[in-house]
Design a binder for this molecule. Structure first.
Ligand code: PLP
Length: 387
C-alpha cells in the first residue's frame, strides 16, 4: 500500500493512495455517498463492497494515505479514536492473553482497560510511567502486548520509548503506541520499532475540530484481523467524515509546524513573564523529558500546560477572560483551546490520584491553534497581568 515511503510527508499527504488516473478526472476524490456497490460477479463475502466493511473508495484511499505517513504496510480508519483503540485491542489481544499498559493514559483508554478489558476475558497490568524498567516486572508468560502513549496528557511526559520498543521486540510482544499528540509530523513510532500505531484523527490529523475519527496503522496481516472485528463491531467512518479527514490531512505538515513554533513562542513568553508558576512544554530545557523529545521528535508539538498562580476560581476567571483561547476540551484544531484538566479530561480521576500524578486544580492545558503567536502571547499576558 505504501510504496511511496521514500517521498516526503508533504508529498505523501497530497499524493499517497490517490487513484491514477483520477475518477472522471476529478482532482479531488469525490464523496462516494453510497452504502452498497454493484457486485460485478463477486464470489465471496470478502469481495462484497458495503459501507460498514470500510471498503468504499473513500475508506481505501484514506487508509493508503495514513499507512504511508506512518510508514506501515496498512491502515484502517474508524469512527473515533476510541473505536480504533478498543477494536484494535480486542482484535489483537485475545481472551486469556495479557497486556502491559502505561498508567496515566488518555481517560477513555484507561477506563476501558481497567473496567471493561478484563470483563471480556483479557488481563492487564499497569506500570508507572516514571519508573524506568517497571514494565519488565509486569511481564508474564501470557503477555502478548505493551501499550503506551508517545506523550502523556496533560503533563506531556515522554516515556523511555526506545527502551520500551526494544523490550517489546526482544520479548516478541506487539507494541501499541497512541501517537495522537506528536502526530506523524513530529514523530514516527516506526523509527523506534513500534509495531501498532493508533491515532485519534479527531485531533491533529483532521485538524479542524469538525469530526471524530480514529485509525490504526500496522502490518497488512494485523490490519486484516482488526478489520474482521470492525466489520462486526460496526464502528466504520461515514464517507463524508472520510472526505473531511482526507482534506484535513493535506495541510497536516503545515499546520503542525506552525503550531510547534507558536507553542514554543508562547511557552517562552509565559516562562519569561514570571506571571505563572511553572510552564510545562517539552521544548523547554526545564521539562523533565526535554532530551528525549530532542532526540526522538522533529518538533515539540502544539500542546503545553502551565500552573496558574492563584485559586481554581481565579484560573476559571482567566479562562473566561481570554479573548482568543476558547475554554473547550479536545485539541489539535486550528483554534486555540484551553482547559483545566482537573475539571475536564481528569475529572474522573480522584483528587488524591491527581495530586500524586502532579495534576493540580490550577493546572491549565493549552492546545495552540493557528492564530498568530504574537496575538496569542498578547492575549495570555494581558489577562494574566489583570489577574
Ligand atoms: C482524544 C484522544 C483519544 C480519543 O479519541 P476520540 O476521537 O475522542 O475517540 C485517544 N487518545 C488520545 C491521546 C486523545 O487525545
Amino acid at each position: 500500500m505504501s510504496e511511496e515511503k521514500t517521498e516526503h510527508l508533504e508529498t505523501q499527504v497530497i499524493h499517497s493512495g490517490e487513484w491514477r488516473p483520477r475518477p472522471e478526472g476529478a482532482v479531488v476524490l469525490p464523496v462516494y455517498q453510497s452504502s452498497t456497490y454493484e457486485s460485478n460477479g463477486a464470489k465471496d463475502y470478502d469481495s462484497v463492497r458495503y459501507l460498514r466493511l470500510s471498503n468504499t473508495p473513500n475508506h481505501l484511499v484514506l487508509a493508503a494515505k495514513l499507512a504511508a505517513i506512518e510508514g506501515t504496510e496498512a491502515a484502517l480508519v474508524m469512527a473515533s479514536g476510541m473505536a480504533a483503540i478498543t477494536t484494535s485491542l480486542l482484535a489483537l489481544v485475545k481472551e486469556g492473553e495479557h497486556l502491559i499498559a502505561q498508567d496515566n493514559l488518555y481517560g477513555g483508554t484507561y477506563h476501558f482497560l481497567k473496567e471493561n478489558f478484563s470483563a471480556l476475558g483479557r488481563r492487564v497490568s499497569f506500570f508507572p510511567l516514571s519508573e524506568p524498567g517497571s514494565w519488565e516486572k509486569a511481564l508474564r508468560p501470557e503477555t502478548k502486548a505493551i501499550y503506551v502513549e508517545s506523550v502523556s496528557n496533560p503533563l506531556l511526559r515522554i516515556p523511555d520509548l526506545q527502551a520500551i520498543a526494544s523490550f517489546a521486540q526482544a520479548k516478541g510482544l506487539k507494541s501499541f503506541i497512541d501517537n495522537t499528540f506528536p502526530s506523524p509530523v513530529n514523530f514516527n513510532p516506526r523509527s523506534l520499532g513500534f509495531s501498532h500505531i493508533l491515532h485519534s484523527a479527531t485531533k491533529y490529523l483532521n485538524g479542524h475540530s469538525d469530526i471524530v475519527a480514529g485509525c490504526v496503522m500496522a502490518s497488512s496481516e494485523e490490519i486484516k484481523s482488526v478489520t474482521q472485528w470492525l466489520n462486526l463491531m460496526g464502528g466504520s467512518l461515514d464517507p463524508h467524515s472520510c472526505f473531511l479527514l482526507h482534506r484535513g490531512l493535506k495541510t497536516l505538515p503545515l499546520r503542525v509546524r506552525w503550531q510547534n513554533e507558536s507553542a514554543m513562542r508562547l511557552a517562552h513568553a509565559l516562562e519569561d513573564s514570571k506571571l505563572v508558576r511553572r510552564v510545562i512544554y517539552p521544548g523547554l530545557p526545564s521539562h523533565p523529558d526535554h532530551l528525549r523529545a530532542k532526540q526522538w521528535f522533529r518538533g515539540y508539538g502544539g500542546m503545553m500546560s502551565f500552573e496558574f498562580p492563584g485559586t481554581a476560581e481565579a484560573a476559571d476567571g482567566f479562562l473566561r477572560e481570554l479573548r482568543l483561547g476558547m475554554n473547550a476540551p479536545s485539541l489539535g484544531g486550528v483554534e486555540t483551546l484551553v482547559t483545566r484538566p482537573s475539571q475536564t479530561s481528569h475529572a474522573g480521576v480522584s483528587a488524591e490520584d491527581r495530586r500524586n500524578q502532579g495534576i493540580s486544580d490550577t493546572l491549565i492545558r493549552v492546545s495552540v491553534g493557528l492564530e498568530h503567536p504574537d496575538d496569542l502571547v498578547e492575549d495570555f499576558l494581558k489577562v494574566l497581568r489583570q489577574g
